[in-house]
Ligand binder design. Structure first.
Ligand code: PAF
Length: 302
C-alpha cells in the first residue's frame, strides 16, 4: 500500500490505474479506524480493483465548540489496518492541501435541501454543508468510482446519494451495514470519549431503537407512541442526554405520523463528551429477539 499526501501524486496514480483498466473504489474517512472502517475498505476491495482510502479530518464539518481539535488520530494504526484490509492507496492530505487558502476561505457550497435539514441537520446546522463540500472535492479528485459509506451515518449516506444523483457525479454510492459491539453499541470513533460508566450505559441507544422496532413489528402504527417509548427508555438511563429520537421514511427521511415495517428509527444521545448517533430499520427485529422483547416487557412494566 502506498501513502500519499499530495493531490498531484494521487491524480498521477489514479491515471495509471485507469490506464490499466482498473475499477476504482473510494473509502472517504476521518481516520482512527475501527472495524466499521475496515468493513468499508473490505467491501471496496471486494467490488473494485484499486482501492483509495482517504483520511482527512475535515474542519468544515465541525462547528465552533465541537471536537475538531480533540478528534482522535492514529496515523500508524490506520495505515496498518488499511493495508491489512487490502487498500492500495492511502491518501492523507494536510488541511493546506485540501483548502490551500484555509477552510474559512471556501465560499462554494452545495445546497442540499430537506434531507439535510432534519435530525443531524437540525442539531448541527452547518455539518452537512461541510460534509458535502469535502465529499464533492473527493469525487472531483477521484473521478469515476464506487464510493463506500457506513449506514451508521444513515442521513449522511442519504444526503451524499442525493447529491451524487443530482450533480451526475460519476460515482456509484454504496451503503454498508452498521458494525456493532457485541452489546449492540454502534462502532464509532467517538466511542473513545466515553467514560467507563458512559460506555456501560451507551448501548441503551440501540436498545431503545430496537424497542421501537419491536413495537412496530407487533403492530404499532402510531409513530408518536414509538418515539415516546424510545425516548422514555433513554431518559431512564443514569447518564446521557437525549437529543432526538425519530421515526422517519427511509427514503425521504420525513418525520412520520403513521409508521410501518419500512420505517427507519433514528436517535442521538450526548454521553459526556461523546455525541452518539444510531439508526435501525423497523424490520430489524431479528437477531436478539428474545432479549429485545424482554427489554420491551421491562419497559412497559416501568
Ligand atoms: O463519515 C465521515 O467520516 C465523514 O463525514 C466523511 C464522509 C469522511 C467526510 O469528511
Amino acid at each position: 500500500m502506498q501513502t500519499l499526501d499530495k493531490i498531484a501524486d494521487l491524480r498521477r496514480d489514479l491515471d495509471t490505474a485507469r490506464g490499466q483498466g482498473l475499477r476504482i473504489g473510494l473509502v472517504p474517512t476521518m481516520g482512527f479506524f475501527h472495524e466499521g472502517h475496515v468493513s468499508l475498505i473490505e467491501a471496496a476491495v471486494h467490488d473494485c480493483d484499486f482501492v483509495v482510502t482517504t483520511i482527512f479530518v475535515n474542519p468544515l464539518q465541525f462547528s465552533v465548540g465541537e471536537d475538531l481539535d480533540a478528534y482522535p488520530r492514529d496515523a500508524e494504526g490506520d495505515a496498518a489496518l488499511a493495508a491489512g484490509a487490502g487498500c492500495d492507496l492511502l491518501f492523507v492530505p494536510l488541511p493546506g492541501e485540501m483548502y490551500p487558502s484555509g477552510s474559512e476561505s471556501v465560499l462554494t457550497s452545495v445546497s442540499l435541501g430537506p434531507l439535510a435539514e432534519t435530525m443531524e441537520g437540525r442539531s448541527r446546522p452547518t455539518h452537512f454543508a461541510g460534509v458535502a463540500t469535502v465529499v464533492t472535492k473527493l469525487f472531483f479528485l477521484i473521478g469515476e468510482c464506487s464510493a463506500y459509506f457506513g449506514e451508521k451515518d444513515y442521513q449522511q449516506l442519504a444526503v451524499i446519494r442525493q447529491m451524487a444523483r443530482d450533480l451526475s457525479a460519476p460515482v456509484n454510492v454504496v451503503g454498508c451495514p452498521v458494525i456493532r459491539e457485541p452489546d449492540g453499541l454502534a462502532m464509532s470513533t467517538r466511542n473513545v470519549y466515553l467514560s467507563v460508566e458512559e460506555r456501560d450505559v451507551a448501548p441503551v441507544l440501540n436498545r431503545a431503537l430496537s424497542h421501537g422496532a419491536v413495537m412496530i413489528s407487533d403492530g404499532e402504527r402510531d409513530a408518536e407512541r414509538v418515539r415516546t417509548a424510545m425516548a422514555a427508555l433513554i431518559d431512564e438511563a443514569p447518564v446521557g442526554t437525549l437529543d432526538y429520537v425519530e421515526v422517519a421514511d427511509p427514503g425521504t427521511l420525513e418525520h412520520q405520523s403513521v409508521c410501518s415495517g419500512e420505517s427507519r428509527l433514528f436517535g442521538a444521545v450526548q454521553f459526556g463528551r461523546a455525541r452518539l448517533i444510531d439508526n435501525i430499520s423497523a424490520s430489524d427485529v431479528s437477531g436478539d429477539d428474545d432479549f429485545t422483547r424482554k427489554e420491551v416487557t421491562a419497559g412497559n412494566e416501568r
